[in-house]
Design a protein around this ligand. Structure first.
Ligand code: ATP
Length: 671
């Protein structure tokens, strides 16, 4: 029978796993249940103790009804609590109705009564008196002394604060652990463990190379790495060595992380992914320890890929002077990375992929062959690439019939993959806002305008006088750039406020692999066209040209100090592309040269300004027409300018290279 019961119980607790589903993970509640049961026993023990609770009484009653009658066996004084326990002789218990009603029997153990006393001496005197008066009845009553402690109360008062402290301690360190990105249960003790997320066959990454549009060369290189890992023999049998590291370098949003994700999706080997900043922690030595742990894990899983995003967080060039501007913790982390990258055999099948926007600031030791042997430059997409990126991101959208991918790609020179993804999304949102059934061309154009110039600010109140100034300023830019051979082709001019800008001239810049001095000077001149127009038309200047002046000054300074385009300074460049200059607060030229640089910059900007003013005064009437048209329509296009200023006489020198447009956004400016 007993056996049967046991079996039955067992069956009740063993649920069979549901088909097709993994059984829920068993949680370890063992410790938890133990404490619950213990607490229940303690509480139960307190409540249902076998000993009966004594009846409360007082000295008078005890004296007259018990002591003087000779019914008491023993009196026990609890000295630390000032009360007395009364033990009645067993054969007299049933004489007391209070005891009987409480369930006391002759056999029940004492004490049966308790009463409080004022002072011990007084009580002893009282008992003495009674014993003298009733020697036969009370003479033999023994007077005991004891001390009593509330065992459980004491235990609880000791244990509860201890438990609270332990709980807080665990809570705090768990938080520290999680805060440092250690994941659940890491705690303080695993602070030195690597933070890498591991993707393997179970944790599927769905992105493949098909999701990465364009970037043909970069993709090919990365595909080759995947192939190294899949078929290492093909490469090693001819004596070749598999590269150890690959560095993806390029401007933000160009798809470096996406490429790495695709690599994870395609490679079919374990893929450790982490960011450079994951190595950094508030504790000294943690970074190096994490690097060690990462490589240890990777070696165990080889062949595999380690991906470190934003590697410049740890890979920045180490300082030469240990006391100036150096960061010991970061340098230790980097040193450990350098050691690990060179510390394992080339063919051990661990390939490190790094991604950064700033390869120029990385430590040269990191970039040397044998560590990051290969650098893959992921550039801003060109026309054809933009087209294919648009195709990827337009796929989920419901498109209107007038949407032409090629046109969109042409309208977005200089946009990164992330910008294009944003344009597609923004266009869909704009169309939805207008309750359209499909996303149309105009929605895309609005989205592009919004991304380049910011949100249209129609509610901004602009006084008529200010509006006129803005129109003449923008017309100045448009007119001057129209009249200059090397200025970028104008797309449109607007005086609708957007973001911080009150008006803007939009250009479609041409791609140039190299830029000549004439081109730079023409651009500077068109940038200053706004201020020149203000001075000519209103004979007063405003703060609106600040953005233009900043741009022109920076350009002139770069021409003089970096590109060696000043005759007086000569063919010198003070630019340090290595990023290793620890003493950047000291200028690499003398005070005399500094003065010369100042004078040259001033002269260059001054000459460009004089040219702009000259052009505008020569075409004063046309400039006025452009400004008035702008005031009337708020947005005018290059066709309108052509009607006023005539066709530009120059054949577009880069017409053949127009396929490869790249944008330097000159769109927005404040007036
Ligand atoms: P950062 O250097 O700032 O980290 P990143 O180069 O790593 O930028 P990603 O995070 O890879 O940029 O790209 C951001 C988003 O841009 C992607 O999620 C994707 O939607 C889009 N994107 C970028 N490049 C491409 C591309 N070539 N094809 C398709 N989508 C792209």
């Amino acid at each position: 029978m007993a056996e049967n019961n046991t079996k039955k119980n067992k069956d009740n607790f063993n649920f069979p796993p549901i088909k097709g589903k993994t059984p829920p993970k068993k949680q370890n509640y063992g410790g938890f249940w133990f404490y619950i049961i213990l607490a229940a026993i303690l509480i139960g023990f307190n409540f249902f103790s076998f000993q009966k609770e004594p009846v409360k009484s007082n000295w008078q009653e005890v004296k007259t009804k018990m002591l003087e009658k000779g019914n008491i066996d023993k009196l026990s004084v609890v000295t630390n609590r000032d009360f007395v326990k009364v033990y009645i002789k067993p054969n007299k218990i049933e004489d007391y109705s209070q005891l009987v009603s409480k369930g006391f029997k002759n056999s029940s153990p004492g004490p049966q009564f308790v009463f409080t006393i004022g002072s011990l001496e007084k009580f002893e005197d009282n008992v003495d008196d009674v014993q003298k008066a009733f020697p036969t009845e009370a003479g033999n009553v023994s007077l005991d002394y004891e001390q009593e402690y509330d065992g459980w109360g004491n235990l609880f008062s000791f244990i509860v604060p201890l438990l609270i402290i332990v709980f807080l301690w665990m809570f705090f360190f768990r938080r520290v652990g999680k805060g440092s990105g250690m994941g659940g249960g890491g705690g303080i003790f695993s602070v030195g463990k690597s933070q890498a997320r591991l993707f393997d066959k179970e944790s599927l990454v769905k992105i493949t190379f098909k999701d990465v549009a364009g970037l043909a060369e970069a993709k090919q290189e990365v595909e080759e790495i995947v192939s190294f890992l899949k078929h290492p023999d093909k490469y090693t049998k001819l004596g070749g060595k598999i590269p150890k590291g690959v560095l993806l370098v390029g401007p933000p949003g160009t798809g470096k992380t996406l490429m790495a994700k695709a690599m994870a999706g395609e490679a079919n080997v374990p893929f450790f992914s982490m960011s450079g900043s994951d190595f950094v922690e508030m504790f000294v030595g943690v970074g190096a320890s994490r690097v060690r742990d990462l490589f240890k894990q990777a070696k165990e899983k080889a062949p595999c890929i380690i991906f470190i995003d934003e590697i410049d967080a740890i890979g920045r060039a180490r300082g030469k002077n240990p006391n100036v501007g150096s960061n010991d913790e970061r340098e230790n982390t980097l040193n450990q990375l350098l050691t690990e990258m060179d510390g394992f055999e080339t063919n051990s099948g661990v390939i490190i992929v790094g991604a950064t926007n700033r390869a120029d600031i990385l430590d040269s030791a990191l970039l040397r062959a044998g560590r990051f042997d290969r650098q893959i430059y992921v550039d801003l997409p060109e026309l054809k690439d933009r087209e294919s990126i648009f195709k990827v991101h337009l796929k989920p959208l419901k498109l209107g019939e007038d949407v032409n991918v090629e046109f969109l790609a042409k309208q977005t020179p200089g946009f990164s993959g992330a910008d294009i993804a944003n344009v597609a999304n923004e266009a869909a949102l704009i169309a939805a806002r207008k309750n359209k059934n499909a996303v149309e061309k105009q929605d895309f154009l609005d989205a592009i305008d919004r991304i380049v110039g910011g949100l249209e600010n129609k509610s901004k109140v602009i006084k008529m006088g200010e509006k006129k100034a803005i129109a003449y300023h923008e017309a100045g830019h448009a007119t001057v750039s129209w009249l200059l051979e090397h200025a970028h082709p104008l797309l449109k001019v607007t005086i609708v406020p957007r973001g911080k800008a009150l008006g803007a001239a939009w250009y479609l810049p041409k791609e140039r692999q190299i830029t000549t001095k004439e081109q730079l000077l023409d651009e500077m001149c068109s940038v200053l066209g706004g201020r020149a127009a203000e001075e000519l038309v209103f004979a007063s200047i405003s703060t609106g040209a600040q953005n233009d002046l900043e741009k022109a000054t920076k350009q002139a300074l770069a021409m003089v100090t970096i590109f060696g385009m000043s005759e007086k300074i000569g063919n010198l460049s003070y630019y340090d592309s290595s990023g290793h200059n620890d003493f950047s607060f000291t200028k690499p030229y003398s005070e005399k040269t500094a003065e010369l640089i100042d004078a040259e910059v001033k002269e260059m900007v001054g000459n460009a300004y004089i040219r702009a003013k000259k052009l505008l005064s020569e075409h004063r009437e046309q400039h006025k027409q452009v400004a008035e048209l702008l005031l009337e329509r708020e947005v005018i296009f290059s066709d309108d300018l052509e009607k006023i200023l005539g066709k530009r006489p120059w054949k577009d020198d880069d017409e053949d290279t127009m396929k490869n447009e790249v944008l330097v956004d000159e769109g927005t400016e404040n007036i």
